[in-house]
Ligand binder design. Sequence first.
Ligand code: IMP
Ligand code: MG
Length: 182
Amino acid sequence: MHQDIHHVLLTAEQIDARVKALGQIIARDYRDVGDLVLIGVLKGCTVFMVDLARAIDIPLSIDFIATSSYGSGTHSSGVVRLLKDLDMDIAGRHVLIVEDIIDSGLTLSYLHAQFLKREPASMRICTLLNKPSRRDPTVTLTVDYLGFDIPNEFVVGYGLDYAEHYRNLPYIGVLKPEIYTH
Ligand code: IMP
Ligand code: MG
């Protein structure tokens, strides 16, 4: 285990099993619908996105969007900035937004509202992790596909970072508090 990790919350095996199950559910739900577009929110989604996409055995497209992140802090500013827009036109298509983690929910609320204006045929949300206890009271999002609900702890690995580190850890671990408090 990495020396900065306090404990492992989800092992690589647990993540793998859940991602494969999610892929099967999504494939079943969209098999007869068609024209599925996975939209990943960079950069946290990357590892989850490639594993999830390979677990969905129906035709699909992939696109990415980038928003402003936490910088090197561990709490959302609530201000969302679009750094990179989609390459694709999503009008009339079936959109599935793929996130690493929903915390306050402010990032996804903003993206959801922006994408709705582009008139997709449908739009759903898939997140690997969810911190329900952290949701901002103004947020009314529904998570359609969920990997795991987790407690209110700062986690890294499997794409998730702290100050751009730890994204390559194959598991999801709780960061030692002294790493971000000093
Ligand atoms: P929200 O707008 O507060 O829901 O923030 C969502 C984004 O914050 C996620 O996509 C992550 O990039 C980041 N984030 C929230 N919690 C964590 C965490 O525990 N570890 C790493 N990144 C996090
Ligand atoms: Mg993110």
